[in-house]
Ligand binder design. Sequence first.
Ligand code: F6P
Length: 503
Amino acid sequence: MWTGDDLQRLVSRELSDYRLIVVSNRQPYVFRIENGAPRGQMPPGGLTAAIDPLMRACGGTWIAQSSGADDRAAMDDAGRIAVPPDAPAYHMRLLNLSEEENNGFYYGFSNEGLWPLCHIAYTEPMFDSEQYGFYQSVNRRFADLVLDEINDDPAIVLIQDYHLALLPRYIREANPDAIIGQFWHIPWPNPDILRICPWQDEILDGMLGNDLLGFHLSGDCQNFLSCVEANLDAQVDPAYGLIDYRNETTLVRPFPISIDFASLDNEARSAEVADEMARLSRELGLHRGRILGLGIDRQDYTKGIPHRLRAVERLFEKWPQYRGQLVFLQAGAASRTNINSYMQLTIDIEATVNRINERFGHDGWQPVLYWPTSLPTATFSALRRLASFCAESSLHDGMNLVAKEYVASRVDEDGVLILSAFAGAAQELTGSLIINPYATEQFADAIHQALTMSETERRIRMRQMRNTVQENNIYKWAGRIMMHLMQASTPDHAGLTSTATTA
Ligand code: F6P
């Protein structure tokens, strides 16, 4: 099993001559003044939780947009913040965007254009020239900050996600020697879908400024290669996952992202979590024999939250024995709340929760609880440990790390994971009950199956999934990316094999 120490050793053996720079829109720690001092907290979302362990192990600089009300108060004289706040291991350098820039770049082209374009969730992408202009100019501003940070030293730049598709090209043009990799945290569409984006060629050209381009799944890699073949004057080698374009080569590979299994496992065994479990058991009536079902998501229309609630509703219709017994808790913070489709989602969720509670609830029992706030990590861990099942019903999802977090927290090797076939995690977590979130009847049946499964079967399935996540943890993910980056940056791509697009 890979550990942070293994990753640290690999990086200091192979990459000690290079500065490591991670770039993402989202910052790993957001600062707010509490009791007179800036306090750093990790924002919701898989990206920061996944990359922070890599940076803790390797050190370096993480460049991101400033979104914390009091980030400035935490900065040193050079504008850097040493993080994690409790045990500093790397630096954060932040870019301030105006409201107009953020509206065009983040809410606009990134989240009203690229996000729905890359997810098959039937929300129409919006493409607006002015927003795209901000996407370009903000990518340029990120490039300026990266180049300033590189300061002509040998550097590895690891770019995260769809907000920064143009950044690799901008860095490459100014600094041909930098080693540049990008990990795309969301799915990649096929050419028929991509072609509705008016700036598809420029987006592809930007991404081909990378030496290495990573997606979660081999299907995403294949889609990307097909898009390049269909749109650009490039040599595409699908067997090797190699693209030759503008006298440069980009290696395209799948790297299914993961979590820091050991850290979640340890936390789930802690006294703090045990206390939290006792408190929640009383609050939710579990100590009186009630059963907990759980959904945790950043509130997003791709997560299939209304679909999940409809399946819970159908369960209560079809199997009345769960009335008065099962409590389904939907937790997780709101996100991207300035965008209409997200506002509409909140209205839909609230209406569905109210309908179910009015239909089935009675004195002393509320069938569905809805907690759309951020909660302490110990509370999430306790909820995962207490839940008889966790349902993740994404309509389309690059990976879905909540599913892996549920598995890592089940140190008792119990609990059932119900997982959408359309989440990347379904390819690895084969011990879950795989569902189609659109098929309400089948989904309700899966919940019933979870609640009636024998303890022996639950344990066999959970043990198998825990082994998978423990083995394929975030350190292995980061180690594989680092090794491929080194290979990709050598002129002859030494050591590359033809297993190009298999995970
Ligand atoms: O899943 C895609 C993603 O961008 C993640 O990489 C990130 O953690 C999450 O969405 C959160 O999104 P945002 O930064 O918009 O809050």
